[in-house]
Design a protein around this ligand. Sequence first.
Ligand code: SAM
Length: 273
Amino acid sequence: MGDKGTETGVAAMAACYQRFDPAAYLQYNYTPPRADFERKDSIVPWKLECLHRAFNEGDVSGELLVDIGSGPTLYQVLSGCEVFNQVLLTDFLEVNRQELRHWLQDEGSCSLDWTPYLQHVCKLEGRRPSAWTEKAAKLRQAITDILPIDVHRPQPLASDILPSEGADCLVSCFCLESVSPDLPAFNRALGHIGKLLRPSGHLLLIGALGESYYFGGPGVKIPVVPLNEAQVCASLSENGYTLIRLEVYTLPQDMRVGVDDVSGVFFVKARKD
Ligand code: SAM
C-alpha cells in the first residue's frame, strides 16, 4: 500500500474505533478463561508473569513509565508502578480514558474489578494477597495523568508532556498491530513511539501474533495486521532497538473464544540504542 493508501487505512481504523465498547472489550479479554488465575496456561497470568519478570531484572529503572494505548486496562502497569514513581497512561479514545479515570478516582463505577489482578501481582512479588490494597494505593499515587495519544502522528503526545530526553521506559500492549492498517503503518508507529523514549530506555511490547481481527464490542469488528515473530524483530531492529528477549505464548484451544482470531501472543523486552 502506498502512502496515500496507508493514510486512508489509518482514517478507516480511527472510524472503526469510534464504536469501541470498553465494558464489552474487558468482558471478552479480561475475565475467565482468558483471565483465570487458577490456571498457569491462561493468557492474562502469562502476560503478568512476563511483565513482572521484565520489571524486576534490575536493568529497568528511572522515574517515568509511559503506557502507550492503555485502553480501559491497568494490568500492564501493576508491576511497573513498584519501579517507577510516575506512570503516565494514554489512549486514543475518551471512553477508555474515562474508564481509567473511574478507577483512579475510586468511584466504584468501573466495568471490571481489578482486585484479582492486584492480588495476583502481589503474589508474584512475594507479598501476601491482602497487600493488594497497598498496591492499588501505590498505583493511584503513581499515575500522574491519563492523556490522549495517536501513534500514527510523528509526535504521538502533545509536545510539552514529557521531559526533553524522553520517558525512561515504555510499555505497550496490543496497541500498534490493532490500530495499523498494514505492516508499514505498524513499523512507522513503532518509530513514532520510539521518539518518546530516552536513549538506553526500555520498551516492553506485548502483541498479537497471526491475528486479522478482534471484536471491540458487539458487532464491532476491528481489523488487525497479522504479525509473525520475524516481522516484530525486523521492525524493532529497523527502529533502533536491541532485542533483549522475545517470548511467545500459543493460545490453547479453549482460549479461542470467538472474540478474535489470534493464534499467539509475543512479549518483547528491548532497549533503545
Ligand atoms: N492496551 C490495552 C490492552 O492491553 O488490552 C488495549 C488494547 S486495544 C486492543 C487497542 C487500543 O488502541 C484501544 O484502547 C484503542 O482506543 C487504542 N487506539 C486506537 N487508535 C489508536 C491510535 N491511533 N493511537 C494510539 N492508540 C490507539
